[in-house]
Design a protein around this ligand. Structure first.
Ligand SMILES: Cc1cc2nc3c(=O)[nH]c(=O)nc-3n(C[C@H](O)[C@H](O)[C@H](O)COP(=O)(O)OP(=O)(O)OC[C@H]3O[C@@H](n4cnc5c(N)ncnc54)[C@H](O)[C@@H]3O)c2cc1C
Length: 309
């Protein structure tokens, strides 16, 4: 058995979550290769140290400009050439787009949102917004899965993988990505941030979210939000945490004016310490919070800022 892990690269280098995918792949298949989406030298330098990785294939195209359709075909070509038993993607926007295409091209059923690997064929994944965990056996000839990186520790970094430059992906599509514009922010990315402060409907208005931003900047934190406030247009879609937003695992999650609906909690199951501020002592968020403050959301932020300053 041998796995292939797809390692995503962005402007900052290889995504740290790639090291968690390697842990999952090594547990499933014993040994793994990695396809690196991007040619940055720093990404290669990091990827080749991942323990358990034997070969790092470097895709010569810029990671952020790869078209998922072409990438799917390139992954399938690698799988056929090397006979991989497992192909693991991160359960990210990119992974969620490419993984089912690869599964379809290989004529196997995809396995999404894996949170634990029991053995080569047995996996755990959440269903019903994380309220039930199922253990299932995947008997497909190639196991094509998306992995929730937050559920796995990063692999050790004392490996010595060989680097192989791939031939450019064949132009198989009539569509081309013309430009890619990343949102510019000085704050850490939501996925991967150590501290996240998140706001919900209890913050009420733009003034509430300005205060939330002040707190985030004071703590060097990323900002998260509930779907309710995204739908209200109070904050951008990419701040949404939860079942249909981002799954995160910060060391500290501060939920302000958030009720704690199960679809929101599904996104913070692996957060280490949860702090909640809510003026309703019966709010469900207090059931998952390690520390709770029953008070007005904006006043709570003012108090925290006063203490921090
Ligand atoms: C299929 C599906 C998928 C979904 N996916 C997601 C998802 O990914 N992420 C997500 O977040 N939601 C998701 N939802 C929506 C989810 O069910 C909730 O509606 C949403 O999370 C509620 O957001 P909220 O906590 O901001 O608002 P509310 O539930 O309205 O809660 C507001 C909270 O603020 C408190 N409050 C009010 N005023 C104050 C004040 N002045 N000071 C302090 N506290 C105050 C209230 O006591 C209350 O607890 C999904 C729903 C469905 C059906």
């Amino acid at each position: 058995m041998r796995a292939l892990v797809i390692g995503e690269v962005n402007a900052a280098g290889i995504k740290p979550t790639a090291a968690s995918l390697v842990t999952a792949a090594v547990k499933a298949a014993g040994v793994t290769d990695m396809l690196l989406l991007g040619q940055g030298q720093s990404a290669q330098d990091v990827a080749k140290t991942f323990s358990g990785v034997e070969t790092v294939f470097v895709n010569p195209a810029d990671g952020e400009n790869i078209l998922t359709e072409s990438l799917s075909k390139a992954v399938v070509a690698l799988v056929k050439e090397h006979g991989y038993s497992h192909v693991f993607f991160e359960a990210s926007s990119m992974g969620k787009s490419v993984m089912p295409r690869v599964a379809a091209l290989l004529d196997v059923a995809p396995l999404s949102d894996v949170t634990a690997v029991i053995d080569a064929q047995t996996y755990v994944r959440p269903i019903f917004a994380g309220s039930i965990e199922v253990t299932l056996k995947d008997e497909e000839p190639v196991i094509v899965a998306s992995i929730r990186a937050t559920a796995f520790d990063a692999c050790e970094k004392n490996g010595q993988a060989q680097i192989v430059m791939n031939a450019p992906f064949p132009e198989t599509m009539r569509t081309r990505k013309v430009s890619f514009e990343a949102v510019k922010t000085d704050r850490p990315a939501l996925q991967g941030a150590r501290i996240v402060v998140a706001g919900g409907r209890g913050l009420e208005d733009e003034e509430g979210f300005k205060k939330l931003a002040q707190l985030a900047d004071r703590l060097g934190a990323a900002i998260g939000a509930t779907r309710a406030v995204v739908d209200l247009g109070l904050c951008p879609n990419d701040w949404q945490v939860g079942q249909t937003g981002k799954i995160i695992a910060p060391d500290l999650y501060i939920a302000i004016g958030i009720s704690g609906a199960m679809q929101h909690i599904a996104g913070i199951k692996d957060a280490k310490v949860v702090v909640a501020i809510n003026n309703d002592p019966e709010a469900p968020i207090f059931e998952v919070a390690d520390y709770g403050l029953v008070m007005d959301a904006k006043a709570g932020i003012d108090e925290l800022l006063k203490e921090l300053n």
